[in-house]
Design a protein around this ligand. Structure first.
Ligand code: F6R
Length: 239
């Protein structure tokens, strides 16, 4: 695993954005695996800037997101579909019909998981997968557990994740209890993985991912099994 120490959040964002730009320069119809949360916001801002400067086009690209809350759809300001539209897709030239986020409103959520896996397979997996990391070392919403799941699945969010994600909700209790997430196989199928971590609170999780035992209680540690992972963090990993 390559670890890049960025001086600050802005440098981290520029670095991640440049990796995506490089991917699109070598393959204009690349499949971008995208994440939500606070960490990639700067990356999306930098990509929007690059698009406005004419340095990159997303016209032929496709994107597939990691996850969505069960019960939330595009009209809900806290849905991940809405986040992606507002923070990224509506500000670049991507065809929104080529952007995929699990449908949290599908009444048959198991069917939605199967549909999403088939879609992912049809797209051939991501050429580059952007990941954040939870303080509990989750990736996507693959939460620490005795067993991890390979396929797209419904997951019960841990209390720590609901707490961490409660920023825009009225309270942690208002954060949906369940989410649909790409499973470990989907994430590991990406040709290149870029994991972003900002702030000291993520240090322990990143250390487990990079140096720890491969452990289902630290899902990010499975990234050690992939041969093209870059971790970009804005803190020093060594204690
Ligand atoms: C988001 C996702 C999550 C977040 C993680 C970190 O699509 O899959 O794994 O990347 O919870 O979130 P932030 O960046 O808000 O700290």
């Amino acid at each position: 695993m390559e670890v890049i120490r960025a001086a600050d959040y802005d440098e981290l964002s520029v670095c991640a954005a440049e990796m995506i730009i490089q991917t699109l320069k070598s393959k204009n119809d690349a499949v971008l695996g995208l994440a939500t949360g606070s960490t990639p916001i700067g990356t999306y801002k930098r990509l929007i800037e690059a698009y406005r400067q004419g340095r990159v086009s997303f016209a032929a690209a496709k994107s597939i997101n990691l996850d969505e809350y069960v019960g939330l759809g595009e009209n809900d300001p806290n849905s991940y579909r809405r986040f992606m539209n507002d923070m990224f897709f509506n500000n670049i030239d991507i065809d929104v019909r080529n952007t995929y986020v699990p449908d949290g409103l599908n009444k048959n959520i198991q069917q939605e998981c199967m549909r999403y896996d088939m879609l992912y397979k049809r797209l051939g997996g991501a050429d580059i997968q952007l990941l954040g990391i939870g303080v509990n070392a989750h990736i996507g919403f693959n939460e620490p557990a005795d067993k991890l799941v390979a396929a797209t699945h419904v997951v019960k969010l841990s209390q720590s994740t609901r707490m961490a994600n409660s920023r825009n909700f009225a309270s942690a209790q208002a954060v949906p209890e369940y989410a649909v997430t790409l499973g470990m196989a989907g994430i590991l199928k990406a040709k290149k993985i870029v994991l972003l971590a900002s702030g000291e609170a993520k240090r322990e999780a990143v250390a487990k991912a990079v140096y720890g035992d491969i452990d289902t209680h630290a899902p990010a540690s499975f990234l050690q099994l992939h041969d093209n992972v870059t971790v970009i963090c804005d803190f020093c990993l060594a204690k």
